[in-house]
Ligand binder design. Structure first.
Ligand SMILES: Cc1ncc(COP(=O)(O)O)c(C=O)c1O
Length: 379
């Protein structure tokens, strides 16, 4: 057993782990005892606290990041036959969301450093049918939204991975006035189990999304009259109470994630020099990442599947993350996508591996992961 093993223990190190404490338990219990489990006071309370946090005028709590993307695209007017320019390096939901409205996702390649949508590639993909741009703040790094704003098209930001990130001009991600969608799945910066939030600058969008998440009901309308098509994309009071408690500890959790990332950077420095391992890009030009995952790009000669198996045998979980969306079987079959269309994305996607990353991770655990990765890559 190595020194790192001894200090970090030998239990499996998971990929992610939410921080849930007594404050969350108390908040949820209070709701359960109140009897108002849905459509109660925690929903606006969570929305207002979240909007304040990212400097947005409004926010709508929704059942997931995916449903938030759907409602945000509807709000900016995306419909059948439209095109939405977006990134192929993302979780599949950002590309699927336009399809819910029979619009088409049009991919453009990514920047090789930030891994977000390349503004020049996006500009080249804009055409007569483009109804919106959908940048993704991937792995918590802020996409260059300012460059995309020059086109004057509606923008919907996928900020599901980017709570706590900040643009170079000091605007928090989610605070630029475009609909921006956050996700609260259990691995995110804050979690409600499942859930999401759409932040907005437009009061009109707020009214529309509030209604469409709630079966198309207008705020002043009785239960049985609905003036538009709607969905059940609501977030419960139980979930909102959990979200409020999580928001209280957000600064601490973000700081802890950043600290873990710093330990990784030091522990993996040798592999960067000796084996050309690529680490997440450091903050640059004033942009600031909201740490979400720690994704490395393996050396070209490393076998990623064998690396995952080797790490698992050493008690370290890891995951190929993220695959290129256009090469998923559904997208190949539906749209005829083929390898070679987006070479930067494809190269990054083929080499990427997410390592364990969560706020409670100790320096010894990081050392154990780094040591295991070194051993497996060398084998
Ligand atoms: C970039 C991105 N977009 C969208 C989503 C979808 O969010 P949810 O799982 O809450 O529907 C996620 C969540 O994993 C994500 O990482």
């Amino acid at each position: 057993m190595t020194r790192a093993d001894a200090e970090a223990g030998t239990d499996d190190i998971p990929l992610a782990k939410p921080v849930i404490g007594e404050a969350e338990e108390r908040a949820v219990l209070e709701v359960l005892r109140s009897g108002r489990l849905s459509l109660g006071p925690r929903v606006p309370a969570f929305e207002e606290a979240f909007a304040r946090r990212v400097g947005a005028r409004h926010a709508c709590a929704v059942s997931s990041g995916t449903t938030g993307l759907h409602l945000a695209l509807r709000a900016v007017g995306v419909g059948a036959g439209d095109e939405v320019v977006t990134s192929p390096l993302s979780f599949v939901a950002s590309a699927n969301a336009p399809l819910f409205e029979r619009a088409r996702p049009v991919f453009a390649d990514i920047d090789p450093v930030t891994l977000c949508l390349d503004p020049d590639a996006a500009a080249a993909a804009i055409g007569g049918r483009t109804a919106a741009l959908l940048p993704v703040h991937i792995f918590g790094y802020p996409a260059d939204v300012a460059a995309l704003e020059r086109h004057g098209l509606p923008i919907v930001e996928d900020a599901c991975e980017a709570l706590g990130a900040c643009h170079a001009d000091g605007t928090p991600v989610g605070g630029r006035g475009h609909p921006a969608v956050f996700g609260f799945y259990a691995n995110k910066q804050i979690t409600t189990g499942e859930g999401g939030m759409v932040t907005l600058g437009s009061a009109e969008h707020k009214v529309r999304i509030d209604s469409e998440r709630n079966q198309g009901r207008a705020p002043d309308m009785g239960w049985l009259d609905h003036d538009r098509l709607g969905f059940n994309h609501r977030l419960s009071d139980i979930a909102c109470a959990l979200g409020l408690a999580q928001l209280e500890r957000l600064d601490d959790m973000l700081a802890a994630r950043a600290r873990v990332a710093g330990w990784y950077r030091e522990a993996l420095a040798g592999l960067v020099v000796e084996r050309a391992l690529v680490l997440p890009c450091p903050d640059a030009n004033g942009d600031r990442r909201g740490w979400f995952v720690f994704v490395v790009q393996l050396p070209a000669d490393a076998d990623r599947d064998a690396t995952v198996v080797g790490l698992r045998e050493l008690g370290v979980q890891s995951k190929p993350y993220l695959p290129a969306i256009h090469l998923m079987s559904f997208y190949r079959e539906r749209f005829g996508h083929r390898p070679g269309e987006f070479p930067v994305c494809e190269r990054v996607a083929a080499a990427s591996l997410a390592l364990p990353f969560f706020p409670q991770m100790s320096e010894a655990q990081v050392a154990r992961v780094a040591e295991a990765l070194g051993r497996v890559i060398a084998a």
